[in-house]
Design a protein around this ligand. Structure first.
Ligand SMILES: NC(=O)c1ccc[n+]([C@@H]2O[C@H](COP(=O)([O-])OP(=O)(O)OC[C@H]3O[C@@H](n4cnc5c(N)ncnc54)[C@H](OP(=O)(O)O)[C@@H]3O)[C@@H](O)[C@H]2O)c1
Length: 257
Protein backbone atom coordinates (compact mmCIF):
# COMPACT_ATOMS: atom_id res chain seq x y z
CA UNK A 1 0.00 0.00 0.00
CA UNK A 2 1.24 3.48 -0.94
CA UNK A 3 0.56 5.69 2.09
CA UNK A 4 1.62 8.86 0.23
CA UNK A 5 -0.73 8.50 -2.78
CA UNK A 6 -2.70 11.74 -3.35
CA UNK A 7 -1.10 13.55 -0.41
CA UNK A 8 -0.12 17.20 -0.83
CA UNK A 9 3.63 17.68 -0.40
CA UNK A 10 5.33 21.10 -0.45
CA UNK A 11 9.09 21.06 -1.12
CA UNK A 12 11.00 24.36 -1.05
CA UNK A 13 14.22 24.67 -3.05
CA UNK A 14 13.19 21.86 -5.39
CA UNK A 15 14.80 23.39 -8.49
CA UNK A 16 18.15 21.76 -7.72
CA UNK A 17 20.13 19.22 -5.70
CA UNK A 18 18.63 17.61 -2.62
CA UNK A 19 15.24 19.33 -2.98
CA UNK A 20 14.87 18.19 -6.59
CA UNK A 21 15.55 14.59 -5.54
CA UNK A 22 13.08 14.82 -2.64
CA UNK A 23 10.41 16.00 -5.10
CA UNK A 24 11.27 13.12 -7.45
CA UNK A 25 11.06 10.48 -4.70
CA UNK A 26 7.66 11.78 -3.60
CA UNK A 27 6.51 11.96 -7.24
CA UNK A 28 7.18 8.22 -7.56
CA UNK A 29 4.68 7.79 -4.71
CA UNK A 30 2.00 9.62 -6.72
CA UNK A 31 1.65 12.64 -4.48
CA UNK A 32 0.35 16.08 -5.43
CA UNK A 33 3.39 18.34 -5.38
CA UNK A 34 4.01 22.01 -4.76
CA UNK A 35 7.63 22.84 -5.59
CA UNK A 36 9.51 26.11 -5.27
CA UNK A 37 12.72 27.77 -6.42
CA UNK A 38 14.09 30.93 -8.02
CA UNK A 39 15.40 29.43 -11.27
CA UNK A 40 12.31 29.02 -13.47
CA UNK A 41 13.99 26.84 -16.09
CA UNK A 42 15.38 24.36 -13.56
CA UNK A 43 12.10 24.23 -11.64
CA UNK A 44 10.19 23.50 -14.85
CA UNK A 45 12.57 20.61 -15.66
CA UNK A 46 12.08 19.09 -12.21
CA UNK A 47 8.30 19.52 -12.52
CA UNK A 48 8.27 17.72 -15.88
CA UNK A 49 10.35 14.87 -14.45
CA UNK A 50 7.95 14.60 -11.49
CA UNK A 51 4.92 14.42 -13.79
CA UNK A 52 6.59 11.67 -15.83
CA UNK A 53 7.40 9.70 -12.70
CA UNK A 54 3.83 9.70 -11.38
CA UNK A 55 3.05 12.92 -9.52
CA UNK A 56 -0.71 13.51 -9.73
CA UNK A 57 -0.37 17.27 -10.06
CA UNK A 58 2.61 19.61 -9.83
CA UNK A 59 2.43 23.29 -8.92
CA UNK A 60 5.55 25.35 -9.65
CA UNK A 61 6.07 28.44 -7.50
CA UNK A 62 8.83 30.96 -8.21
CA UNK A 63 9.75 32.69 -4.97
CA UNK A 64 12.85 34.30 -3.47
CA UNK A 65 12.93 33.34 0.20
CA UNK A 66 15.37 36.12 1.07
CA UNK A 67 12.48 38.55 0.54
CA UNK A 68 9.79 39.27 3.12
CA UNK A 69 6.36 37.68 2.51
CA UNK A 70 7.55 35.25 -0.20
CA UNK A 71 7.33 32.34 2.29
CA UNK A 72 3.72 33.21 3.07
CA UNK A 73 2.98 33.49 -0.67
CA UNK A 74 4.18 29.89 -1.15
CA UNK A 75 1.67 28.55 1.38
CA UNK A 76 -1.16 30.71 -0.02
CA UNK A 77 -0.59 29.47 -3.58
CA UNK A 78 -0.29 25.85 -2.46
CA UNK A 79 -3.58 26.02 -0.55
CA UNK A 80 -5.31 27.86 -3.40
CA UNK A 81 -4.41 24.97 -5.73
CA UNK A 82 -4.79 21.94 -3.42
CA UNK A 83 -6.96 23.21 -0.51
CA UNK A 84 -4.82 21.34 2.02
CA UNK A 85 -1.29 20.22 2.93
CA UNK A 86 0.02 16.94 4.35
CA UNK A 87 3.80 17.25 4.29
CA UNK A 88 6.07 20.30 4.37
CA UNK A 89 9.75 19.95 3.45
CA UNK A 90 11.72 23.09 4.33
CA UNK A 91 14.74 22.40 2.14
CA UNK A 92 15.76 25.69 0.44
CA UNK A 93 19.02 26.93 1.84
CA UNK A 94 22.10 28.97 1.13
CA UNK A 95 25.70 29.01 2.36
CA UNK A 96 28.55 31.52 2.41
CA UNK A 97 32.19 31.55 3.46
CA UNK A 98 32.18 33.73 6.53
CA UNK A 99 35.00 33.90 9.05
CA UNK A 100 34.02 36.32 11.82
CA UNK A 101 36.80 38.65 10.67
CA UNK A 102 35.32 38.83 7.15
CA UNK A 103 31.57 38.44 7.75
CA UNK A 104 29.32 41.22 6.46
CA UNK A 105 25.82 42.29 7.46
CA UNK A 106 24.64 41.42 3.93
CA UNK A 107 25.89 37.82 4.28
CA UNK A 108 24.36 37.58 7.73
CA UNK A 109 20.97 38.79 6.49
CA UNK A 110 20.96 36.57 3.36
CA UNK A 111 21.93 33.45 5.34
CA UNK A 112 19.48 33.97 8.18
CA UNK A 113 16.65 35.25 5.96
CA UNK A 114 16.70 32.12 3.79
CA UNK A 115 17.83 29.43 6.25
CA UNK A 116 15.89 30.60 9.31
CA UNK A 117 13.40 33.47 8.88
CA UNK A 118 11.69 32.03 5.80
CA UNK A 119 11.38 28.63 7.50
CA UNK A 120 9.81 30.18 10.61
CA UNK A 121 7.15 32.13 8.74
CA UNK A 122 6.42 29.54 6.07
CA UNK A 123 5.92 26.95 8.81
CA UNK A 124 3.76 29.31 10.87
CA UNK A 125 1.49 29.78 7.86
CA UNK A 126 1.35 26.02 7.15
CA UNK A 127 0.50 24.83 10.68
CA UNK A 128 -3.32 25.28 10.52
CA UNK A 129 -3.45 23.14 7.35
CA UNK A 130 -1.07 20.48 8.73
CA UNK A 131 -3.24 20.33 11.87
CA UNK A 132 -6.27 19.41 9.75
CA UNK A 133 -4.42 16.55 8.02
CA UNK A 134 -2.30 15.50 11.07
CA UNK A 135 0.62 16.10 8.76
CA UNK A 136 4.30 16.49 9.35
CA UNK A 137 7.34 18.65 8.62
CA UNK A 138 10.90 17.70 7.67
CA UNK A 139 13.51 20.48 7.76
CA UNK A 140 16.79 20.08 5.90
CA UNK A 141 19.50 21.15 8.30
CA UNK A 142 23.17 20.08 8.23
CA UNK A 143 25.80 18.41 10.36
CA UNK A 144 27.37 21.90 10.27
CA UNK A 145 24.84 22.78 13.01
CA UNK A 146 27.07 20.95 15.49
CA UNK A 147 30.47 21.39 13.84
CA UNK A 148 32.90 24.17 14.69
CA UNK A 149 34.34 25.26 11.33
CA UNK A 150 35.25 28.98 11.47
CA UNK A 151 35.06 29.23 7.64
CA UNK A 152 31.29 28.70 7.63
CA UNK A 153 30.36 30.53 10.82
CA UNK A 154 27.11 32.09 9.64
CA UNK A 155 25.88 28.93 7.88
CA UNK A 156 26.60 26.78 10.97
CA UNK A 157 24.85 29.30 13.21
CA UNK A 158 21.81 29.33 10.93
CA UNK A 159 21.57 25.54 10.92
CA UNK A 160 22.00 25.42 14.72
CA UNK A 161 19.06 27.83 14.92
CA UNK A 162 17.10 25.55 12.59
CA UNK A 163 17.75 22.52 14.85
CA UNK A 164 16.51 24.52 17.82
CA UNK A 165 13.43 25.46 15.78
CA UNK A 166 12.80 21.80 14.89
CA UNK A 167 12.91 20.57 18.49
CA UNK A 168 11.03 23.47 20.06
CA UNK A 169 8.27 23.63 17.46
CA UNK A 170 7.90 19.83 17.66
CA UNK A 171 6.97 20.35 21.31
CA UNK A 172 4.58 23.23 20.56
CA UNK A 173 2.61 21.44 17.83
CA UNK A 174 2.62 17.88 19.20
CA UNK A 175 -0.82 18.50 20.75
CA UNK A 176 -2.13 19.32 17.26
CA UNK A 177 -0.92 15.91 16.04
CA UNK A 178 1.85 17.39 13.88
CA UNK A 179 5.38 15.91 13.86
CA UNK A 180 8.48 18.03 13.16
CA UNK A 181 11.90 16.52 12.41
CA UNK A 182 15.03 17.34 10.47
CA UNK A 183 17.51 15.51 8.30
CA UNK A 184 21.07 16.81 8.83
CA UNK A 185 23.20 15.73 5.87
CA UNK A 186 26.95 15.59 5.69
CA UNK A 187 28.50 16.87 2.46
CA UNK A 188 26.52 15.92 -0.67
CA UNK A 189 27.80 16.95 -4.14
CA UNK A 190 25.27 19.55 -5.40
CA UNK A 191 25.29 23.06 -6.90
CA UNK A 192 25.66 24.56 -3.42
CA UNK A 193 29.43 24.05 -3.60
CA UNK A 194 29.65 26.92 -6.13
CA UNK A 195 28.92 29.29 -3.25
CA UNK A 196 32.03 28.31 -1.26
CA UNK A 197 34.54 27.16 -3.94
CA UNK A 198 35.70 29.57 -6.66
CA UNK A 199 37.50 27.17 -9.01
CA UNK A 200 36.89 23.63 -10.24
CA UNK A 201 40.18 22.56 -8.58
CA UNK A 202 38.91 23.83 -5.24
CA UNK A 203 35.67 21.94 -5.76
CA UNK A 204 37.52 18.74 -6.62
CA UNK A 205 39.80 19.01 -3.58
CA UNK A 206 36.82 19.64 -1.31
CA UNK A 207 34.94 16.62 -2.67
CA UNK A 208 37.99 14.36 -2.44
CA UNK A 209 38.73 15.39 1.13
CA UNK A 210 35.16 15.01 2.35
CA UNK A 211 34.89 11.53 0.79
CA UNK A 212 37.75 10.36 3.04
CA UNK A 213 36.06 11.49 6.26
CA UNK A 214 33.37 8.79 6.51
CA UNK A 215 33.80 5.78 8.79
CA UNK A 216 30.97 4.12 6.84
CA UNK A 217 32.58 4.00 3.38
CA UNK A 218 35.10 6.35 1.78
CA UNK A 219 32.66 8.00 -0.60
CA UNK A 220 30.43 11.06 -0.60
CA UNK A 221 26.74 10.92 0.20
CA UNK A 222 24.19 11.03 -2.60
CA UNK A 223 21.01 13.07 -2.97
CA UNK A 224 19.10 9.77 -3.15
CA UNK A 225 20.37 8.76 0.31
CA UNK A 226 19.20 12.07 1.78
CA UNK A 227 15.81 11.87 0.05
CA UNK A 228 15.27 8.32 1.41
CA UNK A 229 15.84 9.57 4.95
CA UNK A 230 13.33 12.37 4.38
CA UNK A 231 10.79 9.86 3.08
CA UNK A 232 11.26 7.74 6.22
CA UNK A 233 10.71 10.68 8.61
CA UNK A 234 7.65 11.81 6.64
CA UNK A 235 6.15 8.30 6.67
CA UNK A 236 3.90 6.40 9.06
CA UNK A 237 6.92 4.27 10.01
CA UNK A 238 8.17 7.33 11.91
CA UNK A 239 4.79 8.08 13.53
CA UNK A 240 6.35 8.05 17.02
CA UNK A 241 9.32 10.22 15.99
CA UNK A 242 9.24 13.97 16.56
CA UNK A 243 11.80 16.62 17.49
CA UNK A 244 14.61 14.53 16.03
CA UNK A 245 17.57 15.99 14.09
CA UNK A 246 18.83 12.97 12.19
CA UNK A 247 22.47 13.07 11.05
CA UNK A 248 22.77 11.32 7.68
CA UNK A 249 26.52 11.45 7.22
CA UNK A 250 28.07 7.97 6.99
CA UNK A 251 29.20 8.44 10.62
CA UNK A 252 31.28 11.56 9.94
CA UNK A 253 29.97 13.44 13.00
CA UNK A 254 31.32 10.66 15.23
CA UNK A 255 34.86 11.56 14.18
CA UNK A 256 34.49 15.27 15.03
CA UNK A 257 36.05 16.20 11.65
N1 LIG B 1 24.91 19.74 -0.39
C1 LIG B 1 25.34 19.61 0.85
O1 LIG B 1 26.49 19.20 1.10
C2 LIG B 1 24.45 19.91 2.01
C3 LIG B 1 24.83 19.43 3.27
C4 LIG B 1 24.02 19.69 4.37
C5 LIG B 1 22.86 20.41 4.20
N2 LIG B 1 22.51 20.87 2.97
C6 LIG B 1 21.25 21.63 2.86
O2 LIG B 1 20.45 21.05 1.87
C7 LIG B 1 19.56 22.05 1.34
C8 LIG B 1 19.59 21.97 -0.18
O3 LIG B 1 20.89 22.29 -0.63
P1 LIG B 1 21.56 21.63 -1.92
O4 LIG B 1 22.83 21.05 -1.52
O5 LIG B 1 20.58 20.79 -2.64
O6 LIG B 1 21.92 22.96 -2.75
P2 LIG B 1 21.44 23.50 -4.17
O7 LIG B 1 21.57 22.44 -5.19
O8 LIG B 1 22.18 24.78 -4.35
O9 LIG B 1 19.89 23.79 -3.93
C9 LIG B 1 19.46 24.84 -3.11
C10 LIG B 1 17.99 25.07 -3.35
O10 LIG B 1 17.56 26.14 -2.51
C11 LIG B 1 17.01 27.17 -3.32
N3 LIG B 1 17.33 28.48 -2.79
C12 LIG B 1 18.54 28.97 -2.42
N4 LIG B 1 18.41 30.25 -2.05
C13 LIG B 1 17.10 30.59 -2.23
C14 LIG B 1 16.37 31.78 -2.06
N5 LIG B 1 16.93 32.93 -1.67
N6 LIG B 1 15.04 31.76 -2.33
C15 LIG B 1 14.45 30.62 -2.75
N7 LIG B 1 15.09 29.47 -2.95
C16 LIG B 1 16.41 29.46 -2.69
C17 LIG B 1 17.65 27.01 -4.70
O11 LIG B 1 16.82 27.60 -5.67
P3 LIG B 1 17.40 28.20 -7.07
O12 LIG B 1 18.56 27.32 -7.48
O13 LIG B 1 16.23 28.09 -7.98
O14 LIG B 1 17.82 29.58 -6.77
C18 LIG B 1 17.72 25.49 -4.80
O15 LIG B 1 16.50 24.97 -5.22
C19 LIG B 1 20.03 23.38 1.93
O16 LIG B 1 19.22 23.74 3.00
C20 LIG B 1 21.44 23.07 2.41
O17 LIG B 1 21.84 23.90 3.47
C21 LIG B 1 23.28 20.64 1.87
Amino acid sequence: MNEFKGKVVLVTGASSGIGAEIAIVFAKHQVRLSITGRNEENLKKVAEECRKLGAKEVLEIIADLSKDNEAEKIVEETIKMFQNMDILINNAGTVSLSLLSKATREEFDETFDVNVKAVVFLTQQAIPYLEKTKGNIVNISSIASHFYDPKVLLYSMSKAALDQFTRTVALEVAEKGIRVNSVNPGYVPTNILRLICDTSEEKEDFQKLSSTLHPLGKQNLTVEEIADSVLYLASERAKMVTGVCLDVDRGRSLTGQ
